[in-house]
Write a protein that binds this ligand. Sequence first.
Ligand code: 86X
Length: 517
Amino acid sequence: MVAKKTKKKAMKVKKKKQVKRARIRAQKPKTAEKNANKSELGITVKKDKDFSEWYTQIIQKAELTEYSPVSGCMVIRPYAYSVWEAVQEFMDKEIKKMGIQNAYFPLFIPESLLKKEQEHVEGFTPEVAWVTEHGTTKFEERLAIRPTSETIMYASYKKWIRSYKDLPLRLNQWCNVVRWEFKHPIPFLRTREFLWQEGHTAFATQKEAEKEVLDILNLYARVFEELYAIPVLKGRKTDSEKFAGAVYTDSVEILMPNGKGIQGGTSHFLGQNFSKAFDISFLDKKGNKQFVWQNSWGLSTRTIGIMIAVHGDNKGLVMPPRIAPIHAVIIPIIFSNKPTVNKKILELAKKIKKELKTVRVELDDRQDYSPGFKFNYWELKGVPLRIEIGPKDMDKQQVVLVRRDTGVKEAVPIKGLVVKVIKILADIQDNIYNKAKKFLNKNIVKVNSMPDFKKVVKKGKIAFAPWCNTAECEERINDKTGAKSLNIPFKQPAIKGKCFCNCGKKAEKMIYFARSY
Ligand code: 86X
């Protein structure tokens, strides 16, 4: 009896030792993980509790940006830059299909040229950054760093356009611009230097120009809805919110999770405002001098910030598959005490990676991190799909797919995996769009009175209100409530009654108001 017990005990101890050894072996590779300060790895605040801290953490921890020595500027790291490249690739193709060409104009604009059309620059003068010298020599005329390129481009347009045969002239440039803003900077959303595309076009007729304004606005809506999976509100800016140099400005507006509206892209009909100021004219078929009709339009890296804010959750980023730098990450579930099994799993993982070559797939075969660590790491980066392969999966010739958007797990046969992965990616794209759409719909509230308006705006929602279409009321509303007009949707429901702000005037337009960026 006693002997038996001792034997049992001895075996237990032996087993324990074995387990311990295995555990040590299993832990050994995790030193890299241990070195990393745990509290620094994940997002430590909840998105709905402290949105701005959440945003600050996510852009750092998902390795999207780095602060720069100059306040208001930022480094765009590869993981974020690749999103911008995907947007560029899509848009560049689309605008070329429309007949627009790319070009590049200088970064520096002489002061006299920038101020030629004083009216549109006036409000912006404090934002212009200047180069005043080279070496120790002062320039005779200081040079603005382009805040936007109307003036420098239109100086060329004046030279290039002579006859109706030179029209339309439709150019776009992908570049950086600098605006020395004084509101506190927010990476992507408000920085002093940012990347964008700016399109500048000139037509013989008003009709052609105005058609393009809408075509571009629809393209911007597609960038948000199809690529970023974000629904937008399309409409016209009020006269006080439009670009001063434009006849009218159309925009796409987005609702951020903190209840603020944000402008996602703008398309301006410039009419003949600039052509008259810059003397961009042509001889029509009858030999009469005419001024051209112009547009300008822009979409920037701000869109990346909007994506982060709209789709991210408490675990980190959620990348829409259409623009995700990485679609899926394969994580082998390996135990360091089973080298032969591990080898087989890694081989299988590599084989699967090869088979999935039509999707952007990564294999995380880092030896010094545990599977759990890797799960968190790639969730933080918002990779849409995780593919787990463990010993049991290998035996069953299956993998486990885990969706980033829902967290739902599903065992899937390796045979036919590509088709399944592509289908799930498309489903994730739809699902996060629909989720954002629901959020938007739920947060647009029709109001008819000032008290209701105030309540809605305070709750972080968009007020949709009948308005008299006067700048006075718009300004008063802004003063009293802090809300700004977003835009006036093109499709207007029938309106009757008075302006919601109690001015007594007849309501002319239904308009969106919200606190905004
Ligand atoms: C307005 C108008 C327009 C082409 C776009 O919105 C899309 C792309 N340009 C840009 N805007 C200015 O004109 C402006 C001018 C100066 Cl001098 C400045 F410092 C800041 C500016 N900001 C905006």
